[in-house]
Design a protein around this ligand. Structure first.
Ligand code: FES
Length: 103
């Protein structure tokens, strides 16, 4: 069953930045895109266990802090090696300046 979980306020994540969100033994990365929209993926890189919230956002890409692989965080698709397995993405909703993910 899908849960709607509040992550943060929209003000907590600047545009082209990423935010770590931990919930119920899971961890996520929440992105504020250059289009003003919010996006969510699993927190850990699919290559090894590096948290993407410690990486660098460039437009719609997140660069992993460990080996500098990258993903398109809108789709989860790998864009730069060594990552080759897609990241899981989650729907995001914004309501009254709060960001929610559907997990
Ligand atoms: Fe992310 Fe290696 S752990 S690229």
């Amino acid at each position: 069953m899908t849960q709607r979980v509040r992550v943060c306020s929209t003000k907590d994540v600047e545009e082209e930045d990423v935010y770590r969100f931990d919930h119920a033994d899971r961890t996520f990365a929440i992105y504020h895109g250059p289009d003003g929209s919010f996006y969510a993926t699993d927190g850990y890189c699919t290559h090894e266990k590096a948290h993407l919230a410690e990486g660098i956002v460039d437009e719609f890409e997140i660069e992993c802090p460990l080996h500098f692989g990258a993903f398109d965080y809108r789709t989860g698709d790998p864009t730069v090696a060594p990552v080759c397995i897609a990241l899981k993405t989650y729907p995001v909703e914004v309501a009254d300046s709060d960001v929610f993910i559907l997990i």
